[in-house]
Structures are given as structure tokens and as C-alpha cells.
Design a protein around this ligand. Structure first.
Ligand code: ASP
Ligand code: MG
Length: 426
């Protein structure tokens, strides 16, 4: 008998029929002898619709009220799923964030989980029930509802798995697992059977959309084994866990791309002490994330500084940077929205030299110009023109021997479609 946490995303519970098939899966699992806790997201596009609804009455809604509104989405799916399970002859109990005791800090809209109380879930399991928990939500110390940020149900699932010491946390989604590259642009991408937390973290941070970075961080910190798999098949997906670093493995495990960032360049910043501190403190104070940073060699007492930051906050970052440019007496700033970050990730990079050189050569051979570079011990990322993103991912996938034999059947995205998705966030 194992204790299983199974998380189902919005698409997996998008309508009554799909809820019913999730219910069947859970019932089968329980009848096979496992103890089952399901974590659910809001049905289909519910969260987006609720956000639009709020926006139509107040473009700047109070964060506390927004959390109360958004938390209703998951409560609909948890109760409907409980009803579906009961109709199949098993007992279920749905619990929202407050009822479970998912305690978070008070950062409305992107709260962090502090504690998961396990008693209520354990009690229901001992009564032979299938337990269903609303993803994405918790309560803060004063009892107010909070939400964990978009896509936060994955984090709920991992936190619950850690709180009740589950044997495994299964994340059911609309793709078959984690791939060596996005199968929508690389027809020869392969499903990865097992991947280490650290590699998965880098993949998630650089554009692999399948698991949220925060969820992987949580899993790593608490040693939760995650199985990311499709809710439409019984095929095994990708297991994310601690992997023996001495094991022989590919130098590069995956190639990711991210079109969600824009590149800022500030021209002719005075080359003096404290300039970078002033710029990036201003960004940090405004809660704006900064990714890659480059400062070139100073010439005539002036230097250029470039960095990337999410396009989703572009208006805010423009305003912050404009103010800093004025304060520092820099010449001007330029924003380039047509950039892509392409990364190669692999634990094998730690012990193999020349990996970055091979990456740059492959890009050079394809005639792709690199404008920024950053590295960690298991990742190398470059910023290139957005319209070269697909070509870059394809050529790196081939250069590092990742092409599989089977051809992925899914619709292939064109450069235009990719750019369009990027405009919308991913
Ligand atoms: N329903 C929330 C969202 O759409 C949480 C989740 O799906 O994980 O972001
Ligand atoms: Mg979702």
C-alpha cells in the first residue's frame, strides 16, 4: 500500500466528463489498495475568467479581495470531484486551504507556505475516504485567505505530500512529462524518464513550462519525489528526484527557451562606484525581477549596462529605469522586446569542459548572433534575437545528441505562433 498525492491541473478537470474520469482514476487507485489524496486546480480557464471579472469592476483590485475571489475556483472543482467519487461508490471528503490548515505568510497573490497540518487529512484517510484538497490556497496567521501565485496548485500538492509524508507526489498534466526540449518546436524531442531536482529547477527557471520552479524547490527542500505525467494516458512520465551525481549521464539533458523577457540597455552610465547598486536596488525595491546582467568595459569614463526583465512588468520597469537614467545622468535607455533566452542544462557540465564553447560554435555555424551570456555550474544561457529561437533550440538539440528516433506528432509551432505565445506570457 502506498500513500499517494495526485494533483490534477485545470485542463484535467475542465468539464464534467473529465472530472468523472479523474474520479474513476482515483477510485481505481484506492481499490488497488493505495491511500489517495487528490489536489485540484480550478476547472479549465476559471481563474482567468475570475481575473477578468475583477478587472471589469476594478482594474486595480485589493489583493486580499482578489485572493478570496480566486480561491473559489478550486473550491468548485474539489466539491464537484468529491461528488463524482461518491457517485462511484467510494467515500470522499473535500477540504479547502483553511480546512486542511495550509498556513502561509500574508503576501496576497503569491503567498509562501509555512506549514501544512496533516491531522484532518490523516483522519479522513483512516476513515477510508479519498481526500480532495483545493490547490493554490491557504490562510495566513490572521485567518485570511491567501493564494500562492499562478500555477500554485503544484506547490500545494508537493507541500501536502511532504506534510503527510506521502510516498510519491504525482502531478497529472496535459503533457506526457518533461522533454529534452519543447516537443511543439522540436519534433525529435524525447521524454526524460528521470531528472534530478537541480536540473529540473534550472529547466523550470529557463522556460520549461511543465513544472513550476517553486514546486520543484519545495520538493527538493523536503525530499518529495515528484512524478510528472499525463492525465490522458497510463504511460509513466518523468520522475524528479535526487539522483546520484556519480551516475554516468548525458552532458546536456535539455534545451529550453524563454521569450517572456525583454532586454534593457542603458547607454553611457558614469563609470563610478555605486552605479550598479543604485540601478538594481531601484528594480528590487519596485519588486522587479532581473535575470541576466552585462556591463561592458568603460570607455571615456562611461559604460553600458544591459539586463533582462519580464515583459509582464514592462511599463513598471520602463518607469523605474527612466528615473534611474535621469538620476545617474546616463545618456539614454533602449528596450528590446524581440529577444529570446535559450539555455542548455545538464549536471554533466560540472565535470566536462568545453560545453559552452560547443554551444557557441553550434550557434555560430547557424549564423545566430549572441548578445548576452550567463552560466551556472549546470547551465549556459544566451540571449539571441527572438526570430532565431526555434532555429537555435533545434540546432543545439542536435549538437548535443538529444535527437530521438521517434518523431513527435504534436502540431509544430511556427516562429510567428511562438512569438505570439511569448507576447501572452509564455
Ligand atoms: N488555478 C490557479 C491558476 O490557474 C492555480 C493552478 O492552476 O495551479 O493559476
Ligand atoms: Mg492552472
Amino acid at each position: 500500500m502506498s500513500l499517494v498525492v495526485a494533483k490534477f491541473g485545470g485542463t484535467s478537470v475542465a468539464n464534467a466528463e473529465r472530472v468523472m474520469s479523474v474520479a474513476k482514476r482515483l477510485v481505481e487507485r484506492k481499490r488497488a489498495g493505495d491511500q489517495v489524496v487528490a489536489v485540484v486546480s480550478a476547472m479549465g480557464k476559471t481563474t482567468d475568467e475570475l481575473i477578468e471579472l475583477a478587472d471589469s469592476v476594478n482594474p486595480n483590485p485589493p489583493a486580499r479581495e482578489m485572493d478570496i475571489l480566486l480561491s473559489t475556483g478550486e473550491m468548485v472543482s474539489m466539491s464537484i470531484l468529491a461528488m463524482a467519487i461518491e457517485s462511484l461508490g467510494e467515500h470522499a471528503l473535500s477540504l479547502n486551504g483553511r480546512q486542511v490548515g495550509i498556513v502561509t505568510d500574508s503576501t496576497h497573490g503569491r503567498a509562501s507556505i509555512r506549514e501544512v497540518r496533516a491531522d484532518r487529512i490523516r483522519e479522513a484517510l483512516s476513515e477510508d475516504r479519498i481526500v480532495i484538497v483545493a490547490g493554490f490556497q491557504g490562510i495566513d496567521a490572521s485567518g485570511d485567505l491567501t493564494t500562492l501565485g499562478r500555477g500554485g496548485s503544484d506547490t500545494t500538492a508537493v507541500a501536502i505530500a511532504s506534510g503527510i509524508k506521502a510516498d510519491i507526489c504525482e502531478i497529472y498534466t496535459d503533457v506526457d512529462g518533461v522533454f529534452t526540449a519543447d516537443p511543439r518546436i522540436v519534433p525529435h524531442a524525447q521524454k526524460i524518464d528521470e531528472i534530478s531536482y537541480e536540473e529540473m529547477l534550472e529547466m523550470a527557471a529557463t522556460g520549461a513550462g511543465v513544472l513550476q520552479k517553486r514546486c520543484v524547490e519545495f520538493a527538493r527542500n523536503f525530499g518529495v519525489v515528484v512524478h510528472c505525467r499525463s492525465s490522458f494516458t497510463d504511460e509513466p512520465g518523468t520522475i524528479v528526484k535526487e539522483l546520484d551525481s556519480h551516475m554516468e549521464k548525458a552532458i546536456v539533458s535539455g534545451v529550453t527557451h524563454d521569450l517572456s523577457e525583454a532586454k534593457f540597455t542603458i547607454r553611457d552610465v558614469p563609470d563610478s562606484v555605486g552605479v550598479a547598486a543604485e540601478l538594481f536596488n531601484a528594480m528590487a525595491t519596485a519588486n522587479l525581477a532581473v535575470d541576466m546582467i552585462i556591463q561592458n568595459v568603460a570607455d571615456n569614463g562611461h559604460a553600458d549596462i544591459s539586463f533582462t526583465t519580464p515583459k509582464s512588468d514592462l511599463d513598471k520597469s520602463r518607469a523605474v529605469v527612466a528615473k534611474v537614467v535621469e538620476d545617474l545622468g546616463a545618456r539614454e535607455f533602449i528596450v528590446d522586446e524581440d529577444v529570446a533566452k535559450v539555455s542548455i542544462i545538464g549536471a554533466g557540465m560540472k565535470v566536462n569542459s568545453g560545453v559552452a564553447a560547443k554551444m557557441f560554435s553550434a550557434l555560430a555555424d547557424a549564423g545566430i548572433n549572441i548578445s548576452m551570456i550567463s552560466t551556472s555550474d549546470i547551465r549556459t544561457s544566451v540571449v539571441i534575437p527572438a526570430d532565431k529561437a526555434i532555429e537555435a533550440v533545434l540546432c543545439l538539440h542536435t549538437a548535443f545528441g538529444l535527437d530521438g528516433e521517434s518523431v513527435f506528432q504534436e502540431t509544430q509551432l511556427s516562429a510567428e505562433e511562438l512569438a505570439d505565445k511569448a507576447k501572452k506570457g509564455r
